[in-house]
Design a protein around this ligand. Structure first.
Ligand code: DX5
Ligand code: ZN
Length: 222
């Protein structure tokens, strides 16, 4: 139920394949891959060819977070690169329903993300089709930012809507997750935790992952 998804944004990009394998050995559940296009967010990272280049380095589930303006145009590319879960932003320019359908048609699990100022109710019409909703706990674009506690009400609202409908949708949080904030997010109803600096910046990444998981398991309200 609780999943830890280290974000490679905080890793050593010169050894991305080895970093991915290291996360698998350290006990991660997913590998979080932040794709930024310099348009949807003011930063550029990497795209499908880079993801493809590390696909055979690890068996981890690839959790691809698209912070790009027209995700619909690139879903097939990311599927081919080895993505397992594709999450895009509802604030992007692509049609939301068409993008969800395309991800599912490609055989991937679909997720929608909301930025801190976007009401979470915007994802409600698509909930039945989604495996995951990502509630951003920082403004997307950069690692190492501080967790925004004001996003917790959205997680509580979303968790009760998921329960009300009898769904098993995962709620992911991303941004500023560490051993001080993970319990707050889990207590609000999140169960998938992205962590960049808290894992890659730790001296012992396996311990950091284990600590996050244990704290989240104790605090998760289910
Ligand atoms: C930010 C990215 C995050 C980022 C999180 O836009 O979506 O995945 O890597 O980094 P930390 O955990 O350092 O806040
Ligand atoms: Zn992310």
């Amino acid at each position: 139920m609780i999943k830890i998804s280290p974000s490679v944004l905080a890793s050593d990009f010169s050894s991305l394949g080895a970093e991915a394998k290291r996360m698998e050995i350290c006990g991660a559940d997913y590998l979080h891959l932040d794709v930024m296009d310099g348009r949807f967010v003011p930063n550029i990272t990497f795209g499908a060819p880079v993801i493809k280049s590390i696909r055979n380095k690890t068996n981890l589930i690839f959790d691809v977070h698209l912070m790009i303006d027209t995700p619909l145009d690139y879903i097939e590319d990311f599927k081919k690169s080895g993505a397992d879960i594709i999450v895009f932003h509802i604030e992007s320019s692509s049609d939301t329903a068409a993008t969800v359908d395309k991800i599912i048609a490609c055989g991937c699990k679909a997720g929608i993300s909301v930025k801190p100022n976007t009401p979470v109710e915007e994802v409600f019409p698509y909930l039945e089709k989604l495996d995951m909703v990502l509630v951003m706990t920082v403004e997307p674009g950069f690692g190492g930012q501080s967790f925004m506690y004001e996003t917790m009400d959205k997680i509580k609202t979303l968790r009760s809507e998921i329960k009300r409908r009898g769904l098993s949708t995962d709620i992911q949080v991303d941004g500023g997750i560490n051993d001080k904030t993970v319990e707050t997010a889990a207590a609000a109803g999140a169960n998938v935790f992205v962590a960049g600096s808290a894992v890659f910046g730790a001296e012992d990444a396996a311990k950091a992952i284990d600590d996050l998981r244990n704290l989240a398991e104790k605090a998760f309200i289910g």
